[in-house]
Write a protein that binds this ligand. Structure first.
Ligand code: NHR
Length: 177
């Protein structure tokens, strides 16, 4: 999230950040965003009886800002089909693998265990099925002989911080073509 806000501030990403919204009142990203003068909001999932009710409140809050795109960045709640469909074609996530390889968790260890020569990250549209939506842009890194999950994760994360703003810029420039 910070990389995206930094890129928007620096002008390498041509967007206005409408708001930063979290389900966790204590999320560090809220404090950072507020310090940048960006609107923030919290929709705490613990205040809702069901995922559907939480997602409806979250969608309504997002709609207040009328954004062109909704960018998941460290958002850790699986979203309902209703939410995903409401933002179809506008909802984006980053996943630490070269999708469609290694959907789900522990991607770095799984890439090492599979003997992959290359690993990386993917920015993709979010669909109801986890880590399954169309890929927008990917970045690759080599898997080195002495890598463990932590060293590989660090190499991927460095690329993620460049990839996510670049993928959003790709969408924005397509939009205004
Ligand atoms: N929702 C849908 N429908 N599809 C995707 O591809 C999604 C999604 C919601 C979030 C991000 C993804 C990630 O960046 C993401 C992709 C959380 C979980 C998860 O299992 C899975 C994938 C992602 C994020 N969440 C648990 C849940 O029950 C809770 C885990 C927790 O609170 O720590 O929602 O990693």
């Amino acid at each position: 999230m910070r990389s995206i806000l930094d890129a928007a501030k620096a002008g390498s990403l041509d967007v206005d950040i409408s708001a930063v919204i979290s389900n966790r009142p204590d999320a560090a990203g809220l404090t950072f965003a507020a310090g940048e003068g960006i609107a923030t909001a919290v929709i705490d999932h613990k205040q809702f009886d069901s995922r559907e009710q939480f997602d409806e409140a979250l969608a309504a809050k997002i709609d207040d800002y009328q954004p062109d795109f909704v960018i998941l960045a460290g958002f850790m709640r699986i979203l309902t089909e209703g939410f995903v469909n409401h933002f179809a074609g506008r909802l984006i996530n980053i996943h630490p693998s070269l999708l469609p390889k290694f959907k789900g968790l522990h991607t770095h260890q799984r890439a090492i265990d599979a003997g992959e020569a290359e690993h990386g990250a993917s920015v993709h549209f979010v669909t109801a099925e986890l880590d399954d939506g169309p890929v927008i842009l990917q970045a690759s890194v080599p898997v080195l002989a002495n890598d463990n999950a932590d060293t590989l994760a660090a190499r991927v994360l460095e690329q993620e911080h460049l990839l996510y703003p670049a993928a959003i810029q790709k969408l924005v420039s397509q939009q205004t073509e």
